[in-house]
Design a protein around this ligand. Structure first.
Ligand SMILES: NC(=O)c1ccc[n+]([C@@H]2O[C@H](COP(=O)([O-])OP(=O)(O)OC[C@H]3O[C@@H](n4cnc5c(N)ncnc54)[C@H](O)[C@@H]3O)[C@@H](O)[C@H]2O)c1
Ligand SMILES: O=C/C=C/C=C(\O)C(=O)O
Length: 495
């Protein structure tokens, strides 16, 4: 929910950050709201087309400045300083992320901020070990030619991020972009402006030249997001967010034929076989269904359980869901947070109502928890589990992005695979089985970008990360970002 500055206290003002300095804009700032309480905690400047143009120009100028002349080793050293700079201000980053998202301190301090720093380390490492191809090529005249690959930065990259893992997903894009010599104009989600703004300060302190990293704040359509993706001097667009937003951005990218790197929506399935380690499957599926209040793209909203253990699995997951503790995000025993906004909570509750109206069996949840003030003003919903809905129910086909999942039984492996693949999305899956051959067989059959076996959200940052089908375009991580963040030229020299 965003209201004008007139209604918002002047407690904290977030401005843009262009060419190494804060920049304000003329549009009425919008309010930043704490989702745990619904209270306004500050306000944020909204970029107009002129501000976005200023940022893109600064990024273009920086490409031709000292940044463009740094060696890989010098850029790697700066990336490591960025990681250290985030860690040096760890408490500030955690507090800012918790305030913007309402997520529990335990989650922001163990996932969001540590990964926000680690993303810079992994790409600094990549620079130290990167290589390109070379060939000694026989020539028709009996001589030799040398062919070698030469990677150059793509240029000015537009980076547009969602609100669920704000710093993690921002540096997951900024780190490779800068590692490979690009400059960036980034737009964090309007819901979560704070940690990216702190990152701008860390950039300054780490010696990143002005203009290499620029931040513009605002919304999508008719605001910073649209102006940035439509700017003709942007050479590539990396975006994480909803699939339908990706469609709109892809149309903008088509003008000028700019490449895109997309991490989009999902409707991920877990497949649980009767021979699994049930304790591990329950623990892992509790995380995949309810972590970050279900606001994780890799999360599980569809669970298929082999019939012999179906009733036990449902009972155990119910017990785990009911043990989650909503509360003050900064309280040590809080393990469950609110949704990001009133609009998103209304969306999730609309699916709760649909499930009820379609006759689902509500195993647990389905409503709003009763919490004391000031939390009663926040955007809370109950962790929810359903069974008994038909496969074509909207609850089983559309991304809800909330703390809810549907469990259905299956009798045969091929039936479970077909159910898991029955989706326009293809982001992630988790497979729980004690049979190693089956693990490999099923992981090869489910059409996703990331398949976990007997685990979930276990990440080696060098591996390929991204979605198949309508869940994404391209891959991030390790060497895989090279295709988007660099141009590869072949040089052929007649010797
Ligand atoms: N695949 C992944 O790795 C991944 C990771 C996290 C979230 N997601 C997805 O993100 C979604 C939730 O995040 P969200 O609600 O912020 O997504 P969203 O698409 O509504 O917004 C994402 C970002 O895009 C901007 N935006 C919106 N419309 C735009 C437009 N027309 N032009 C340019 N920018 C525009 C927004 O301001 C925001 O910064 C879910 O669908 C989730 O699955 C995917
Ligand atoms: O909500 C989506 C989570 C995305 C996670 C990553 O991009 C990652 O782990 O690199």
């Amino acid at each position: 929910m965003n209201i004008t500055a007139a209604q918002a206290p002047a407690s904290s003002v977030i401005t843009h950050y262009i060419a190494g300095r804060p920049v304000t804009s003329s549009r009425p700032p919008f309010a930043n709201v704490d989702p745990a309480t619904g209270q306004v905690v500050g306000h944020v400047h909204e970029a107009d087309a002129g501000i976005v143009d200023m940022a893109v120009r600064a990024a273009r100028d920086a490409l031709h400045g000292p940044w463009g002349r740094l060696t890989d080793g010098e850029r790697a050293a700066i990336l490591r300083r960025l990681a250290d700079g985030i860690r040096a201000r760890f408490d500030e980053f955690v507090a800012a992320e918790v305030r913007d998202t309402g997520k529990p301190y335990s989650l922001a301090s163990h996932l969001d901020i540590p990964r926000g720093a680690a993303n810079f380390d992994v790409f600094a490492d990549q620079l130290a070990h990167g290589a390109t191809e070379a060939f000694r090529s026989p020539t028709p005249d009996g001589g030799i030619a040398l062919n070698y690959g030469l990677r150059t930065p793509r240029g000015v990259i537009a980076v547009i991020c969602p609100w669920n893992l704000p710093l993690l997903l921002m540096t997951w894009k900024v780190a490779p972009a800068l590692a490979f010599g690009n400059t960036v104009v980034v737009k964090p989600s309007e819901e979560t402006p704070s940690t990216t703004t702190l990152l701008a300060e860390v950039m300054n302190d780490a010696g990143v030249p002005p203009g290499v990293f620029n931040v513009v704040h605002g919304f999508g359509p008719d605001s910073a997001g649209q102006y940035l993706t439509e700017h003709p001097d942007v050479n590539g667009i990396t975006f994480t967010g909803e699939t339908r937003t990706g469609t709109a951005i892809m149309k903008a990218a088509a003008v000028g034929v700019r490449p895109v790197s997309f991490e989009l929506g999902g409707k991920n399935a877990a497949v649980v076989f009767a021979d699994c380690d049930l304790d591990a499957a329950i623990a892992g599926t509790t995380r995949s269904a309810f972590l970050n209040s279900g606001q994780v793209c890799l999360g599980t909203e569809r669970i298929y359980v082999e019939r012999p253990i179906f009733d036990t699995f449902v009972a155990r997951l119910k017990q785990a869901a009911e043990a989650l503790r909503p509360g003050d995000p900064n309280a040590g025993d809080t393990t469950f947070g609110p949704l990001i906004s009133k609009a998103h909570r209304d969306k999730v509750l609309s699916y709760y109502a649909r499930a009820r109206n379609e006759g689902a069996s509500i195993v647990t949840g389905g409503g709003v928890p009763s919490l004391p003030a000031p939390l009663s003003g926040g955007w809370w919903v109950e962790p929810t589990i359903w069974t008994g809905l038909p496969a074509d129910s909207a609850v089983l086909t559309e991304e809800i992005f909330g703390p809810c999942c549907h469990i259905a039984p299956f009798d045969r492996e091929d039936e479970a695979i077909a159910a898991a693949n029955d989706s326009p999305y293809g982001l992630a899956t988790s497979i729980w089985t004690g049979d190693l051959s089956r693990a490999h067989r099923v992981a090869a059959a489910i059409e996703v970008g990331v398949a976990w076996v007997n685990c979930w959200f276990l990440r080696d940052l060098r591996t390929a990360f991204g979605g198949a089908k309508q869940s994404g375009i391209g891959r991030e991580g390790g060497v895989h970002g090279l295709e988007f963040y660099t141009e590869l030229r072949n040089v052929c020299i007649k010797l």
